[in-house]
Design a protein around this ligand. Structure first.
Ligand code: S3P
Length: 467
């Protein structure tokens, strides 16, 4: 393929470079073969820790993600008075035992609550803190300090909490002065965002009536499923309209019960291997125990729409009853395929928000021009992903054109190894590393260590499947 030199391994070294202090060097792979178990789902791991903190008593969370983001949430849970014990082998997944006084007994935290790089910790804990009788400050790293917070300040203020942020309430540090009880609201967030929806529902647990969140585009519903698994009655109503809109509601005062849960494998991590297996000319990869929630699986359906060969083997829920967090799981098998371009619209962007960088890489190897439309939210992630993906893929020789918030990617050009910059964004780092497996020569991924935000074992897995 592309006359590439085969076989040299990935190597990560500390060195000075553009915007980062570490670099991975990825050489192409002759073949990709193997079976991988994905890290525990990041979104579900955050929620499992947060709900265990709101529940009085002891909860066991098995198979949680080991990434830095989940650690941030565990740290905040501890700062709020929960005892969080980690066990299990270090590496792919971790088990947590959380013993908490529950929502009624959370401690007024002493210092700033450190969300690190994690937007989910920031937004979801804002909802929790809005209903607590104290003042707390949420902050994080330089990337987090650029993430928008007006989207949560507005609804939580409407519920009666006081919130203030930097830059005229635009970004962290975010101060939350809670109030009990909060006012129940019926609200349609201004952006399709599971984080905003979840913050409002978590606040709604401490409100004086029924809180309803309406969304024109149905975003991931883990909070709703998991609240139900924790004994909270959450109602779902389909909304009429073109997009798959839905309203979720719950009544304040409902108690979150302590339950044991098992976290499925992260489909957003699996997405990198689904793309690698699809675009590499000699690949067969099996991904075990992946969460296949209908609100998360768009990446599979979009890749299939491009002609990808992805086989799905549904698995019975792990553990008993609700123990798998109310989530469907399955194994995935991906094999090399000839891809065609696809049109990715605003609904797809919302449904595959974390997988768009990997899908853009797939588009570089598909016949025709793929257009990603309505990607403004992609600019507000851990980095500006429209700018970052365009720069990295273009550096590798792909035809990428940015028009406003749209990306036009014309496939068919072989990729060449080149320096790429993750901008400290885990999903860009992993996308460029996967690109390096199919490119000729050597690909440098600056800021590669950011992969550990969601997938600490990523580079080990990359070597494990290389033949
Ligand atoms: C997440 C929701 C998404 C996603 C993020 C995790 C969640 O963010 O990008 O990685 O766990 O709720 P938005 O809801 O802000 O789009």
């Amino acid at each position: 393929m592309n006359g590439a030199a085969w076989g040299a391994a990935t190597e990560t070294t500390d060195a000075a470079g553009p915007g980062a202090t570490d670099v991975a060097r990825v050489r192409p792979a002759a073949r990709l073969r193997g079976t991988l178990r994905m890290p525990g789902d990041k979104s579900i791991s955050h929620r499992a820790l947060i709900l265990a903190t709101l529940a009085q008593g002891s909860s066991v969370i098995q198979g949680a993600g080991e990434g830095a983001d989940v650690r941030s949430t565990a740290g905040i849970a501890a700062a709020l008075g929960a005892r969080v014990e980690r066990s299990g082998e270090a590496g792919r997944t971790v088990d947590f035992r959380v013993s908490s006084p529950g929502a009624e007994g959370l401690a007024n935290p002493r210092g700033t609550l450190d969300c690190g790089n994690s937007g989910t910790s920031l937004r979801l804990f804002s909802g929790v803190l809005a209903g607590q009788p104290f003042r707390a400050v949420l902050d994080g790293d330089a990337s987090l300090r650029r993430r928008p917070v007006a989207r949560i300040i507005d609804p939580l203020r409407a519920m009666g909490a006081e919130l203030h942020a930097e830059g005229n309430d635009s970004h962290p540090p975010l101060t939350v002065v809670g109030r009990t009880p909060l006012r129940a609201i019926d609200v349609t967030p201004t952006v399709p965002s599971a984080q905003v929806k979840s913050a409002i529902l978590l606040a709604g647990l401490r409100a004086d009536g029924r809180t309803t969140v309406r969304e024109a585009i149905a975003t991931r519903d883990h909070t709703e499923r998991m609240l139900r698994a924790h004994g909270v009655a959450v109602e779902r109503t389909d909304l009429d309209g073109l997009a798959p809109g839905v309203a979720w509601s719950l009544v304040g005062g409902s108690r979150v019960q302590a339950v044991d849960e098992r976290v499925p494998g992260d489909i957003s991590a699996a997405a990198f291997w689904l793309v690698a297996g699809s675009i590499h000319p000699d690949a067969e990869l099996t991904l075990r125990g992946v969460g296949l929630n209908p609100t998360r699986r768009a990446v599979i359906d979009l890749l299939r729409g491009m002609g990808a060969d992805i086989k799905e083997v549904p698995l019975p829920p792990q553990g008993d009853g609700d123990a798998s967090a109310g989530e469907p799981i399955g194994d995935l098998v991906v094999r090399s395929a000839a891809l065609e371009s696809i049109q990715i619209g605003a609904v797809d962007v919302a449904m595959a928000i974390d997988e768009i960088p990997a899908l853009c890489l797939a588009a570089t190897q598909a016949r025709g021009t793929t257009v990603v439309r309505g990607g403004s939210e992609l600019r507000k992630k851990e980095s500006d992903r429209i700018a970052g993906i365009a720069a990295g893929l273009a550096a590798m020789g792909a035809a990428v054109d940015v028009q406003g918030d749209d990306l036009h990617i014309t496939g068919g050009r072989p990729l060449q190894g080149a320096p790429t910059d993750s901008a400290g964004d885990h999903r860009l780092a992993m996308t460029f590393a996967i690109a390096g497996l199919v490119a000729s020569g050597e690909t440098l991924v600056w800021g590669a260590s950011s992969a550990a935000v969601s997938y600490p074992g990523f580079f080990d897995d990359l070597e494990a499947v290389r033949e």
